[in-house]
Design a protein around this ligand. Structure first.
Ligand SMILES: Nc1ncnc2c1ncn2[C@@H]1O[C@H](COP(=O)(O)OP(=O)(O)OP(=O)(O)O)[C@@H](O)[C@H]1O
Length: 573
């Protein structure tokens, strides 16, 4: 049962266990709900048929039923609500945990707003269904056969008059299940699509305004909203119509019970007590089934979200064991890689970046330099060949072991909406304030941090929106100083630096990379001229490698790059 809950409702192990308990409580709540009607029947028996009973029976009967109801409702409430909120927290943590173990390739194939919606909105929907629908529906699933047997044992005709319409109504909901799930999935997809478009429109305001696209984007968004409205309406109709029919059939059940009962009363087949008993039962059952129908609808609607969460959970996580890397040569051995399985971006790439040396990767834009860095840091996993660090295959290494030894300063710096101090401390969580300040000084950040309103305590806005490109980059360099790892990867870090700062940064970088394995990508050939080894990449292959002087003699591509670099540096606005 627990496994079934986990699979069908995407619950955690603990959530499934709690749901089991809540379903059992719901089952007993359904049972106890029929007891007041039974007490009423005893009274009817006394008043109409003169079967006088002790007053104590009514008194103690009522007290007992009330007490049992209170206890069971309490257990049901605790099992449903207290555990539900815990479950949604657990589920979110579990999804977040899985996401941290997925390769970056997963995120490039999935929209980030979609993932955020899954973690927040989908889990909230599961939370609501867990507290309002799941246990109730499951409890009824067990209660209904018991009720049916009792009703049939009491009187077959009247029993069937109640049971058959319920079965017919449920049958209708079951028959329309696929249609409902399909339509609600379309609605779900459309909402995701719209939220992506809104996010894109908000994020790209600068481009939209500067290219005069405001009107066009607004129209596209209106159109999307109109489409979504239509899809929503179709989903509502596909869910509402079967439920309406099912509820109408239930009303008929009540009429059928009365008609059958009256006829049987006339022929003397049953007495008035039986008649009233079945009328009361049909009223109670109708109430329960109407709310169960709503629960079933909610569970159908949940299907898309459950699938989405299951898909994340079942995505293959990056394998690898925690191991200690003790030497830091990086070897690429016949490595091949593609982002989309169709176009091979890297082909048979082999080179070694030696410990205590600077290795530069050069080549025209799009030749595959950044992809090599991504493979080296396991942000993506390569398809063929092998990559070894200190002789260890990186696919055998956990990303944790790898990142302990590796710092990356990327072209696009990611900063968090927290203080300057905390943004640098990301490089080493345990660093003291003094260590952070020292790293900032080494990366030439001090002078601009002092100018900020609250110095190191200044909040820097979402993704460092309040800082210039060069300042963001220097904060990222400060993180690398703080981490002080034996492997340093520098991806176009000079791109956002102005001439004044470039020299200062170059000096600090020289200090940073001393005695380390350094891989560098830079379009400014001046930054790579002094590298111990330069690897020339051309269309995803290694074309040549050597020092600057060697390559000037042997590599036409390198000569070409040098020529182009000179032209760029001479370019005047
Ligand atoms: N996330 C991605 N998904 C699909 N294709 C990608 C992705 N990133 C890069 N590519 C493609 O892979 C190829 C190599 O890109 P890569 O970024 O490695 O080149 P690069 O040499 O670093 O370029 P640049 O110097 O312009 O940064 C390009 O054709 C690029 O379009």
């Amino acid at each position: 049962m627990r496994e079934l809950f986990k699979k069908h409702f995407a619950l955690t192990d603990k959530g499934a266990k709690d749901l089991q308990k809540a379903s059992a409580a719901s089952f007993f709540v359904y049972v106890i709900n029929f007891f007041p009607a039974m007490l009423l029947l005893l009274l009817v028996d006394e008043l109409l048929l003169n079967n006088v009973k002790e007053m104590g029976l009514y008194l103690w009967g009522s007290v007992l039923v009330l007490a049992a109801m209170w206890i069971l409702l309490r257990i049901e409430y605790d099992a449903l609500y207290n555990t539900t909120y815990q479950e949604s927290a657990n589920l979110r943590t579990e999804i977040a945990d899985v996401l941290t173990k997925l390769p970056l390739s997963y995120f490039s194939r999935h929209d980030l707003s979609d993932l955020a919606q899954t973690i927040m909105a989908d889990v909230a929907a599961i939370e609501h269904a867990m507290s309002h629908a799941m246990a109730k529906a499951v409890g009824f699933l067990f209660f209904f056969p018991l009720l049916s047997v009792l009703l049939l044992l009491g009187n077959v005709k009247l029993g069937l008059a109640i049971i058959l319409p319920i079965l017919l109504g449920f049958g209708l909901l079951l028959l329309s299940k696929n249609l409902q799930i399909r339509e609600s999935f379309k609605h779900y997809q459309k909402l995701r699509d719209n939220s992506e478009s809104f996010q894109e429109a908000i994020e790209n305001q600068q481009e939209i305004k500067s290219f005069g696209l405001t009107q066009k984007i607004r129209q596209t968004l209106y159109q999307k909203m109109e489409e979504s409205e239509k899809i929503h309406l179709r989903a509502e109709i596909s869910a509402g119509f079967p439920m309406l029919c099912s509820n109408v059939i239930l009303q008929f059940a009540f009429v059928i019970v009365i008609l059958t009962g009256v006829q049987m009363l006339h022929t003397g087949e049953i007495d008035i007590l039986y008649f009233l008993g079945y009328v009361l039962a049909s009223i109670k059952v109708r109430e329960s089934v109407e709310s169960v129908n709503m629960n079933v609808e909610e569970l159908y609607y949940l299907d898309s979200m459950v699938k989405r969460i299951r898909e994340i959970r079942e995505t293959k996580i990056q394998q690898g064991k925690d191991q200690t890397i003790s030497s830091y040569d990086i070897e690429f051995d016949k490595v091949s890689f593609s982002y989309d399985k169709d176009t091979e971006v890297l082909k048979n790439v082999s080179f070694t970046a030696k410990q205590n040396e600077v290795t530069a990767l050069v080549g025209v834009s799009g030749c595959g330099k950044t992809s090599i860095l991504r493979l080296m840091s396991r942000l993506y996993d390569h398809d063929g060949g092998s990559i070894r660090i200190g002789g260890l295959d990186i696919k055998e290494l956990s990303t944790k072991s790898l990142f302990e030894k590796l710092s990356i300063v990327f072209q696009d710096v990611t900063l968090f909406n927290t203080s300057v101090l905390e943004n640098i401390r990301i490089g080493k969580k345990t660093a003291t304030d003094e260590e952070v300040i020292r790293a900032a000084r080494l990366a030439n950040c001090e002078e601009f941090i002092r100018r900020l309103p609250e110095g190191y305590k200044t909040m820097i806005g979402e993704n460092g929106a309040t800082l210039s490109g060069g300042e963001r980059q220097r904060l990222s360099i400060a993180r690398a100083f703080l981490k002080d790892s034996p492997i340093i990867i520098l991806d176009e870090i000079a791109a956002s630096l102005d001439v004044k700062n470039e020299k200062k940064i170059q000096d600090s970088l020289n200090r940073l990379i001393l005695d380390k394995t350094v891989i560098i990508i830079s379009h400014r050939l001046k930054s790579v001229e002094n590298a111990d080894k330069i690897v020339v990449i051309n269309c995803g292959r290694v074309e040549a490698s050597g020092t600057h002087l060697e390559l000037l003699k042997t590599s036409p591509t390198y000569n070409n790059l040098v020529e182009k670099a000179k032209l760029t540096e001479e370019f005047q606005y």
